[in-house]
Design a protein around this ligand. Structure first.
Ligand code: 2YH
Length: 284
């Protein structure tokens, strides 16, 4: 699993309004709009509900420790969405205890393995990997003008790709999975097929071949430059949650507005909206 570096996130806070406008140009929806779509919630409902809840981001020193500006950036994204959010004054157990005793409704915190939002009332946990997969799948649905009935290639079958594949299947896409570990792709196929009985899921074995006949790509690998310039076609749409970006700089330039990528924003936005859902339900 990739550990975020300060350089991956240092630009985010001062750039949120521009980033959200950029997403609107690329997908027709703002950062909040994409997160709401990923959770099956309309924006008005989110805006009404969020007035009731406060979120505390607790820095965690365990493992490799604090990432400079990580907690501040998460809180800035939450505040940008209109949530009441703050960073705990203290870290770890003391921070959690203080947030709980101070009456916060939810926590967000990350160690080296997991980044979670915990709803302290509903006892519901949302994982960043799951939220990120769903958020980028929603962005791809929007870039495609509706993914129902379309062929989509999911590259990378870790937790992010698996969650993205699940949402794409629930939206009626014909999903193809590719992972360098074929067994991981088979497992995701089984899980998603079990969940969405009507899902039409294939396994692909060869990257270049699969990219040659897919227009809609969810690039969820943790590898650099999986998609290079030679593999980009004119009408391709790519949602790329992977860190580092799995699209080469040449490919990114060719894709231009047809590429959505970020390191934290969409995942955190989906985690935030998930805190205000009774349960995640997507029907379109
Ligand atoms: O970057 C990470 C992990 N790779 C998990 C990401 C899940 N997609 N964790 C962030 C660690 C933050 C640190 N403990 C802090 O500053 O609180």
């Amino acid at each position: 699993m990739t550990r975020l570096q300060p350089d991956d996130i240092c630009h985010i806070t001062s750039n949120l309004a521009d980033y959200s406008r950029d997403l609107e140009l690329k997908t027709g929806r703002s950062l909040l709009g994409i997160a709401c779509l990923a959770c099956g919630m309309d924006e008005e409902t989110f805006k009404n509900r969020q007035l009731d809840k406060s979120i505390c981001v607790v820095p965690v020193t365990a493992g490799m420790g604090i990432i400079s500006r990580f907690s501040d950036t998460v809180a800035a994204i939450l505040t940008f969405l209109g949530c009441r959010a703050a960073v705990a004054d203290q870290t770890d157990v003391t921070g959690v205890a203080h947030a709980f005793a101070s009456g916060y409704d939810a926590l967000m915190m990350a160690d080296d393995n997991r980044f979670v939002a915990i709803d302290l009332h509903a006892r519901q946990v949302t994982d960043n990997a799951d939220a990120t997969g769903r958020g980028f799948a929603a962005a791809l649905d929007l870039m495609a003008g509706g993914i129902r009935g379309r062929d989509v290639l999911v590259l990378g079958c870790g937790p992010v790709g698996a969650a993205g594949a699940g949402l794409l299947a629930s939206l009626g896409a014909r999903v193809a999975l590719l992972d360098k570990d074929r067994h991981a792709a088979v497992q995701v196929k089984e899980t998603v097929s079990d969940r969405y009985r009507s899902a039409d899921i294939k396994i692909e074995d060869h990257l270049e071949t699969a990219l040659s006949y897919h227009r809609f790509i969810l690039e969820a690998t943790p590898a650099l430059d999986t998609i290079n310039g030679a593999l980009v076609s004119q009408d391709m749409r790519v949602a790329a949650p992977g860190v580092p970006l799995g699209v080469s700089s040449e490919a990114a330039a060719l894709l231009g507005p047809h590429l959505v990528h970020d390191t934290l924003e969409i995942g955190v936005a989906v985690m935030a909206v998930s805190l205000f859902c009774e349960s995640i339900r997507i029907d379109r």
